[in-house]
Design a protein around this ligand. Sequence first.
Ligand code: FAD
Length: 286
Amino acid sequence: MRVDEAFERERAAGRCALSFEMFPPKGALTLDEAHVIAGELAPLDPTFVSVTCSAGGSGNGGATLEIASMLARDLGVTSVAHLTCMGLTREGLAEKVAAFRAAGVENVLALRGDPVPGAGAADYPFARDLVADLAEAGFCVGAAAYPEGHIACDDLMEDVRRLRQKQDAGARFLVTQLCFDNEAILRFLDRAHAAGITVPIAVGIMPFMSKQQLARMVFMCAASLPSPIIKLLAKYEDNPESLRQAGVDYACRQLDGLRAQGVDGLHVYAMNRPAVAKACAAAVRG
Ligand code: FAD
């Protein structure tokens, strides 16, 4: 199913959309492992599951298409394949489009990707350029949004104007970067709507698992760290298991608060952990 239709179906049923992100597991057992993880996500009845790709086609990014296809074909789950601009030429995109069509992939999240050394010259400098060509090719295209602004853009209004360009280029839904502050998320949604964004926005929430992981994400995404999280880090400094549980609980409170505010959708960065996805689904759907 197309993601725009899936959002519409949820809206008509009076439900908040709920989606999960998966990444292709590393190593030889990639697809078997992915099958197991996807098999545990499917009964949670997600609106869609998106599958990440490594920028520039490096690492395990090649499995994105296979996993997205498997989710839809074998499990009946609406899936989204991520695709980045890194190193992507027009000929390369034509090949991707043919492969997506052959595999029955209907939805693509079009991303610029983070610059990769040696990825080569690309024909798509920004995500909006890729959005346009994928939409033209008939896909239901999504794009990334940043509640606290993209790390390379220090003007929040400019950031949202660039987001609007992705909608104008044909994006039919948006998924946001993780953010630990619901107030910042709600302010972003107001800015986006005021800038004429009308497509559904799935708000990205990441349950944190450890101090190291939090530090990595905060510096990678320029996400702010609210003091309640810093207090949890201090409280459970010597107890990693309790900290993980506190991270899931914090995410569940965020999800519950955002659902109560009537957001279009909630997108959980479940990190290939079905138990985390399950806890989050319970917070959203009861
Ligand atoms: P863009 O929308 O192209 O924006 C990139 C930067 O360029 C921004 O600073 C923007 O303000 C600026 N910009 C945009 N248009 C213009 C313009 N016309 N002129 C000047 N500047 C402009 N990365 C991966 O490698 N693989 C993944 O699977 C992946 N999945 C993601 C999923 C989500 C939901 C999100 C939020 C991010 C994901 N990323 C992924 C990370 C993403 O690739 C990076 O955040 C990347 O740096 C920006 O991607 P974008 O699509 O937002 O780029």
